[in-house]
Design a protein around this ligand. Structure first.
Ligand code: C5J
Length: 222
């Protein structure tokens, strides 16, 4: 087993069974006029992590390890958008409404796309997910099984919503999970800090956390 220096203790991994999961690095969460901004959030926090997420993605690609991207989005007919989700918050535009970047969080619309700098390469798996967790109503679990993945490194947004939900789902399914602390972000710094603390509390009850440098160093030394 190889190791990544991590908290609360080193993260052991088999060099060929690790995958990177990049959660929802979409224009709708990072750009003015998108869904995140419509909820009154400061999207510059998301933009700030893009170079770090890019470095992490490039490190996995260079090591020949899989990179899986997720996108939070819904069908154009909204058949996968329950009112429990559409009616929440008090956004100026709701999911499915027409906004400056097309219909908000609808598959295929410009604002729903992954940021250009982090665009998936041909052949990389992209999961379109209607929920916060990536396992719900998607092929994600089956894709991981086919890849033979056992350890998952997570990046993306937002730390306490879609990232943490997917990590918890993955942990329940038997995956060892590590969150790259500086490659994830929240609109609320205190929520990010709390999520990181929760994840690694009680002897890594949900998983481990490490910096992008630590992850890349662990991969390089494997
Ligand atoms: C949210 C997400 N926060 N990707 N989505 O609505 O975390």
């Amino acid at each position: 087993m190889a190791e990544i220096a991590a908290q609360p203790f080193p993260f052991a991994f088999k060099p060929r069974t690790m995958a990177l999961i990049v959660i929802d690095m979409q224009r709708d969460f990072a750009e003015p006029g998108g869904f995140g901004a419509s909820l009154g959030n400061d999207v510059s926090r998301v933009v700030a992590i893009v170079p770090t997420v890019k470095r992490l993605i490039e490190g996995f690609r260079a090591a020949g390890l899989p990179v899986i991207h997720t996108m939070e989005c819904h069908r154009p007919d909204l058949s996968d958008l329950p009112s429990a989700k559409r009616d929440r918050g008090n956004p100026s535009i709701r999911i499915g409404d027409a906004g400056p970047m097309g219909r908000v969080l609808i598959a295929g619309e410009p604002g729903t796309a992954i940021l250009d700098e982090l665009a998936p390469l041909p052949g990389e798996i992209v999961i379109e997910k209607p929920g916060k967790g990536a396992f719900y109503a998607t092929s994600f679990g089956e894709d991981l099984r086919k890849l033979g993945a056992e350890q998952l490194v997570f990046a993306g947004v937002t730390t306490e919503v879609c990232v943490q939900t997917t990590m918890r789902e993955a942990n329940d399914r038997g995956y060892d999970c590590l969150l790259a602390e500086d490659a994830t972000e929240s609109y609320f710094p205190e929520f990010k800090a709390a999520a990181i603390a929760m994840i690694r509390a009680q002897g890594a009850i949900v998983g481990w956390t490490a910096t992008t440098d630590q992850v890349l160093e662990g991969i390089a030394n494997a």
